[in-house]
Design a protein around this ligand. Structure first.
Ligand code: GDP
Length: 194
């Protein structure tokens, strides 16, 4: 897809702030610092629409990025931030749960997992929660440029095993540096926009 227009509509903290139209929304979930902002920026070829930060966990808002006035990315606050307080975590959980279970605009979910490491406990819990509610996410292995070809294969196997996926081929390896996976991700997005 050629992106002609990309704008942040709102950084929401409550449901009342969600856009009121019926544009489809593509949801991004993942641990803080997993590469969600870089994922959006790479897809839409903008250096800095989504804020990439070296301060993980800082943004506790849901950011709605509207693309070509056709659909939106909804960047959820990262989970598993060690320094977040219990109250913050609970607030996070409620906000996300409510969105995911009630929002009719939600058309697709990408769950991003760092391809360099074994999925964390939070990654697994998030995935299990999603599939329990039949919200089957597409799994993205991020920062794939940081591992060798051999380790890429190991990585998809490892992720597939931890999440009990049918096949490691279900994992899309992605890199904001080399653009690996970009076309495949766009194909997935376009398939739900038709
Ligand atoms: P977010 O917190 O999930 O939005 O993560 P960011 O997109 O801000 O990325 C966190 C850090 O990882 C930043 O320093 C990015 O430059 C880096 N990063 C993200 N994606 C990639 C990637 O594909 N390759 C490499 N080498 N670094 C990445």
């Amino acid at each position: 897809m050629k992106v002609n227009k990309a704008e942040i509509i709102i950084s929401a903290v409550a449901e009342a702030q969600y856009p009121g139209d019926n544009l489809p929304e593509i949801v991004l979930l993942g641990r803080s610092n997993v590469g969600k902002s870089s994922f959006v920026n790479t897809l839409i070829e903008r250096r800095n629409l989504a804020r990439t930060s070296s301060q993980p966990g800082k943004t506790q808002t849901m950011n709605f990025y509207q693309i070509n006035d056709l659909f939106r990315f909804v960047d959820m606050p990262g989970y598993g931030y060690a320094k977040a307080s219990k109250t913050e975590r609970e607030k996070w959980g409620k906000m996300i749960e409510k969105y995911l279970r009630q929002r009719e605009n939600a058309a697709m979910i990408f769950q991003l997992i760092d391809s360099r490491h074994e999925p964390s406990e939070d990654d697994v819990l998030m995935y299990e929660w999603l599939t329990y509610y039949n919200l089957n996410p597409v799994i993205i292995g991020t920062k794939a440029d940081k591992i060798s070809r051999t380790n890429q294969k190991k990585s998809t196997n490892q992720i597939a095993k931890a999440l009990s996926l049918k096949s490691p081929r279900e994992v899309i390896l992605f890199s904001a540096e080399t653009k690996l996976g970009k076309d495949e991700v766009w194909q997935r997005i376009e398939s739900v926009l038709k």
